[in-house]
Design a binder for this molecule. Structure first.
Ligand SMILES: [Zn+2]
Ligand SMILES: [Zn+2]
Length: 374
């Protein structure tokens, strides 16, 4: 039997046991070593967005190969070595794109826009073989998956950050795209980046910016503890955002102006995932800036905004919808080589039955990245 925490409907999490069934052609069985708890998992639990339940959530998966069926090497793609029993792998949540839909044909480089991909941790689990999420003892890897061998010198505690690091890398790349920036625009040496929200994604964006040599990195958050973490990961300045009202807090605006010649940041990343943070991002960007919206993977509601601000400031506003699979390669390389203390992101190690604590918000602000070790 394989244990899994099943989200039956929002708010209703139960431990279930699934009988072991023989693998089908092309499948790979992974024993989960650890799975990170993401903000998106909490949104799933809270019922934000329109998902088909039941779901075994958990998409930040590091597993160990238990069994590889014939043909698996032909239908799934493995990077960084050959699959053998006991091998540690990071599993890309998204399947390969279908190659035939509107987006695959017209935007092939934007692989996450495909209409027909499936995603581990978000797929309904009432159909066999059920085990499609990381909050479980085992995951049944289906054909059309991407797996990356975890290098031997990369501990699980770093490898489990591969998925959120891929998100951060893609967010930073969106600030560079498309192509070579015009001199003096966007990211680069000597530029100022502002990261709104120092949760796991914001902190990893800060680490990536630091790794890229961005000169000045300002972190803004409601929590002093998180701002301290931001400093340890490369933020050069921090701005405490007061928890007052719903607008853009004047004291924080003033502090950011003081730090940026009175104008705002060249590149702003919205990583808080609350709608009012997007208004802050627009307000705290200088004219001609790039604003990257990476916090809203689920729908957290809306706010009144004046589109005039985007015109008047001549802003580039860019969205981020996950990342292509090759970003896992870059994430693993970054995690392997950076000397930044990324392990500090992991604030809690929990067993599978303790998952409700992590999803319900019971762990509070101090919980940055809880991980589940089934
Ligand atoms: Zn995630
Ligand atoms: Zn497609």
């Amino acid at each position: 039997m394989a244990k899994a925490m099943v989200l039956q409907t929002p708010g209703q999490l139960t431990m279930a046991e699934f009988p072991e069934r023989p693998l089908r052609d092309g499948e790979i069985l992974l024993r989960v070593r650890m799975t990170g708890v993401c903000g998106t998992d909490r949104h799933l639990f809270l019922g934000h967005g329109s998902w088909a339940f039941p779901i075994i959530a958990g998409h930040e998966i590091v597993g160990e190969v238990v069994e590889v069926m014939d043909g698996a090497a032909d239908v799934s793609i493995v990077f960084g070595g050959e699959l053998r029993k006991g091998q540690r792998v990071a599993l890309v949540p998204s399947s390969a794109p279908c190659g035939r839909c509107f987006y695959c044909l017209n935007y092939p480089h934007r692989t996450t826009l495909c209409h027909h991909r499936t995603v581990y941790g978000f797929r309904r689990c009432d159909e066999p073989p059920h085990l499609f999420g990381g909050f479980a003892e085992f995951v049944r890897v289906q054909p059309r998956s991407f797996l990356f061998v975890v290098p031997d010198d990369l501990p699980d505690e770093r490898a489990v950050l591969t998925e959120p690091t891929a998100v951060a890398l893609r967010a930073v790349e969106r600030a560079l795209a498309p192509g070579i920036p015009v001199i003096g625009e966007g990211l680069g040496i000597g530029r100022t980046a502002l990261v709104v929200g120092a949760g796991p994604i914001g902190l990893l964006v800060i680490a990536v910016l630091k790794g890229m040599g961005v000169h000045r990195i300002i972190a803004a958050d409601l929590s002093e503890v998180r701002l301290e973490m931001a400093k340890a990961l490369g933020a050069t300045e921090t701005v405490l955002v007061p928890q007052e009202g719903s607008g853009v807090p004047e004291s924080a605006t003033q502090k950011i102006r003081d730090l940026t010649d009175g104008e705002g940041a060249d590149v702003v990343f919205e990583c808080a995932g609350v709608p009012s943070a997007f208004a802050m991002a627009l307000e705290w960007a200088c004219r001609g800036a790039t604003v990257v919206e990476v916090g809203h993977f689920t729908d957290s509601g809306s706010i009144p905004l004046s589109p005039h601000l985007i015109c008047r400031k001549d802003l580039d506003v860019r969205g981020v919808w996950a990342y292509p699979w090759w970003q896992f390669r870059d994430a693993l390389r970054f995690l392997r080589t950076t000397s930044l203390p990324l392990e500090t992101l992991i604030t809690h190690r929990l067993a599978l039955p303790e998952l409700p604590q992590a999803l319900s918000g019971q762990l509070g602000q101090a919980a940055v990245k809880p991980i589940i070790v089934p």
